[in-house]
Design a binder for this molecule. Structure first.
Ligand code: FMN
Length: 330
């Protein structure tokens, strides 16, 4: 398995991710995944935001955008899986190449641009899943949707998935959809969250809603967002998405690539965002994500105030063994 993983690393990133996920699916089908799975549920289940978890480690949004791998990822032992980002219409995303890896820095730059098969495909996958752990759905807007239509996109996705998931994440923080991050502005965030709240009330839904924000915001913007989160009864925050700040990346050739930086160079910034939020409100549930590569990073997220932790880049770079590395000592 070690050698197979080494070969995958030599392939172009998107091809290697696709092969790895499909390989995992095959292993799951033939019952071979148990090789990785240990008993991570030795402390029993616990509740956060009215959801019951077996452990605190989740897979972050973007890895399984279409819900095609929920059961195989779940079989690795994750306590929760966030699928998406999904948009109302299928879209191809940006031209390739659009993922760049810096192995020696445990970092990735991506500018995928919400490539996904559309929310109706995801709905089918959610309905057919067998995984019994917590599943969140991360929702977004199509690239060509502007103004009111952009808000309607979030509401449409919300309506289609709220009942099939355990929680929803409103993603306003991808740097790869033009102007998406302007949803952090006061007028825009209030308009978006009030529309979702209206829909939530109309549907009489009790499902928790999280907001995923960027690590590149000022404290003033964070305060504005937190005020809107309270006003519109958003349950919690996912902290954070990738950063457009490349100063912590040493690889000069990659620095000039447009896109969001994830992995180790993001760790300090995303962890600081958790600390800022928790200093303003220490009761709000937080899913910490950004740069968790080893066990000490994992623990540091909880020390900063996270209630749950997600990984993406660490999983891509280390493979399934990272699950036991992080959880075995939890
Ligand atoms: C290739 C790639 C694709 C991603 N796609 C999404 C996405 O569709 N939606 C989203 O909310 N975050 C997406 N992310 C961001 C991750 O969910 C996560 O917030 C970020 O990578 C920081 O965590 P990490 O350092 O563990 O990777 C993506 C990240 C990567 C590397």
């Amino acid at each position: 398995m070690k050698y197979l993983f080494a070969i995958l690393k030599l392939l172009p990133p998107e091809l290697s991710h696709l092969l790895a996920l499909n390989g995992l699916k095959l292993m799951h089908k033939f019952g071979l995944i148990n090789f990785y799975k240990k008993d991570f549920n030795n402390k029993g289940s616990f509740t956060i935001a009215n959801m019951s978890f077996n452990n605190k480690l989740g897979i972050a949004a973007g890895l399984d955008k279409n819900g095609d791998f929920i059961d195989s990822l779940g079989a690795l032992g994750f306590g929760f899986i966030e699928v998406g980002t999904t948009t109302p219409l299928a879209q191809l995303g940006n031209p390739k190449p659009r993922i760049f890896r810096a192995f020696d820095e445990n970092a990735i730059i991506n500018r995928l641009g919400f490539n996904n098969k559309g929310v109706d495909h995801l709905v089918k996958r959610l309905k057919s899943r067998n995984y019994k752990g917590v599943v969140g759905v991360n929702i977004g807007a199509n690239k060509n949707s502007k103004g009111e239509k952009r808000i309607e996109d979030y509401v449409e996705c919300y309506k289609k998935v709220y009942d099939l998931s355990d929680y929803i994440t409103i993603n306003i923080s991808s740097p790869n959809t033009p102007d998406l991050r302007d949803l952090h502005n006061e007028a825009n965030i209030n308009q978006l969250l009030s529309s979702i709240k209206k829909e939530k009330e109309a549907l009489r839904s009790q499902k928790p809603i999280f907001l995923k924000i960027s690590p590149d915001e000022t404290k003033d913007t964070i305060e504005i967002i937190l005020k809107a989160v309270k006003k519109y009864e958003i349950t919690g925050l996912v902290l954070t998405n990738t950063t457009i700040d490349k100063t912590n990346l040493r690889n000069e050739a990659l620095k000039s690539e447009a896109g969001g930086l994830s992995g180790k160079p993001l760790f300090a910034k995303s962890t600081e965002t958790i600390k800022v939020i928790k200093s303003l409100d220490n009761t709000i549930p937080v899913i910490g994500v950004g740069g968790v590569i080893d066990h000490s990073d994992y623990i540091a997220k909880f020390e900063a105030g996270a209630d749950l932790v997600q990984i993406y880049t660490g999983f891509i770079l280390k493979g399934p063994s990272i699950v036991s590395e992080l959880l075995i000592q939890e």
